[in-house]
Design a protein around this ligand. Structure first.
Ligand code: GTP
Ligand code: MG
Length: 208
């Protein structure tokens, strides 16, 4: 019989909420590979997690920015974590609170030993925004692995999406030789789901 190539195939069997907290050192024991979702408030982090795991309301979403304010762990197939993080750069949240997020997020990203990669979510309808560029540059400086994810791709024409991709390549190319992977997703028309799951699958030990 001919050899059959086995591609990483991600089957989400179970997805459960584990814990929500504001203290990075109170996260669950780092005994499973972990993938985090970060980006500006309202960019669609929680919605993307729900898309990936096929659940409408596992991660709480809202049309009002600033919904997720804690570090939320979900365990998938009992063997790896997805983490929904608060958004950065939401001006209307009280200053003290939005400043409190920065150390919470940076401490989490720098200290979490089982973090495999972080998905940095970007709204492709806008020109590259300073806060996103600064965050990506910080990830690069710290040597933290990440991939970029355009959200809400359903709101753009194919041409506009291509233009946004070029704008980001140009912007990051000013500073970095190597660019991170870039995915286009929509939690509305469900595009990008399989690509993201495949990307995660090839970073997991087989069988997870
Ligand atoms: P915070 O927790 O407040 O930081 O926001 P978030 O990044 O988790 O965003 P959330 O998933 O709560 O979505 C914000 C709003 O955008 C909601 O009204 C969603 O329905 C909407 N939204 C999210 N993803 C998409 C998408 O792919 N397409 C469209 N059209 N709307 C989306
Ligand atoms: Mg959220």
């Amino acid at each position: 019989m001919a050899n059959i190539a086995i591609l990483p195939n991600m089957n989400i069997r179970t997805a459960e909420f584990v814990v929500s907290n504001t203290n990075p050192s109170a996260c669950p024991p780092p005994d499973k590979p972990e993938f985090a979702f970060i980006g500006r408030s309202n960019v669609g982090k929680s919605s993307l997690i729900n898309l990936l795991v096929n659940r409408k309301n596992l991660a709480k979403t809202s049309s009002t920015p600033g919904k997720t304010q804690t570090i939320n762990h979900f365990v998938i197939n009992g063997s790896w974590f997805l983490v929904d993080l608060p958004g950065y750069g939401y001006a209307s949240v009280s200053r003290s609170k939005s400043q409190a997020w920065a150390p919470m997020i940076t401490t989490y990203l720098l200290k979490r030993t089982n973090l495999v990669t972080t998905f940095v979510l970007i709204d492709p309808r806008l020109e590259p925004q300073k806060i996103d560029v600064e965050f990506i540059n910080w990830m690069g400086q710290e040597g933290l692995p990440f991939a970029m994810v355009f959200t809400k791709a359903d709101k753009l024409s194919r041409n506009a999406l291509a233009a946004s991709t070029q704008a980001w390549k140009k912007k990051l190319g000013e500073r970095w030789e190597e660019l991170p992977p870039l995915f286009a997703t929509s939690s509305t028309d469900r595009r990008g789901k399989e690509q993201l799951l495949e990307y995660i699958a090839q970073l997991l030990p087989s069988g997870a």
